[in-house]
Design a protein. Structure first.
Length: 126
């Protein structure tokens, strides 16, 4: 882990580690989230979201969109989401969807639908 976290290739390496297994379900607890710093301290927001997906790339992309929605680091805020190093490498490796148009956000109430629409809009920014 020390080598991974100290590497300038960390984001691409995270995608490569994911080739070793295939999860059936990914759950992201984003009720409270760090948008800067973390995992123990930093700028924390009340994101009020729990996500579930069978697609790791879609989950990461939506996670980045949520970080951008709440204001995150310049590195995470820059460029198209699918050009982020970890996501781009995961797409190259065939680990999930290859674009935001293939992500469908499903909700069950009007407030969640409005939130999802804003996140979808951020996902689609090129």
């Amino acid at each position: 882990m020390r080598e991974l976290h100290g590497s300038p290739h960390q984001r691409r390496m995270i995608a490569e580690i994911n080739t070793a297994y295939q999860p059936d379900l990914i759950v992201l607890d984003g009720v409270e989230a760090f948008v800067d710093g973390g995992p123990a301290q930093g700028k924390q927001v009340n994101a009020q979201v729990i996500l579930a997906s069978t697609d790791r790339v879609a989950m990461d992309a939506v996670g980045v969109a949520i970080l951008r929605y709440f204001g995150t680091t310049p590195a995470v805020s820059r460029g198209a989401i699918f050009q982020q190093q970890q996501i781009a490498r995961a797409v190259e490796l065939g680990l999930g969807v290859d674009g935001p148009e293939k992500i469908e956000l499903i909700t069950d109430d009007p407030d969640s639908e409005a939130y999802a629409a804003q996140i979808q809009e951020i996902l689609n920014i090129v």
